[in-house]
Design a protein around this ligand. Sequence first.
Ligand SMILES: [Zn+2]
Length: 60
Amino acid sequence: MRIITHTCPDCGTILAGNVLEDRRRMKCPREGCETVLRFGDLDSEKQEHLVENREKYRIG
Ligand SMILES: [Zn+2]
């Protein structure tokens, strides 16, 4: 399965793309980083892949 990640532009924390797909927007999980990461920040091609394969990402 293809792994899609999103990297926080401020601190470099790597977040799983499917988590963003699920929540749409969330604060960076890194302590002390207030950056809000959005599903819409991903490339449109990555967004489409996550939406089309959301069932696979939910399993496990
Ligand atoms: Zn961050």
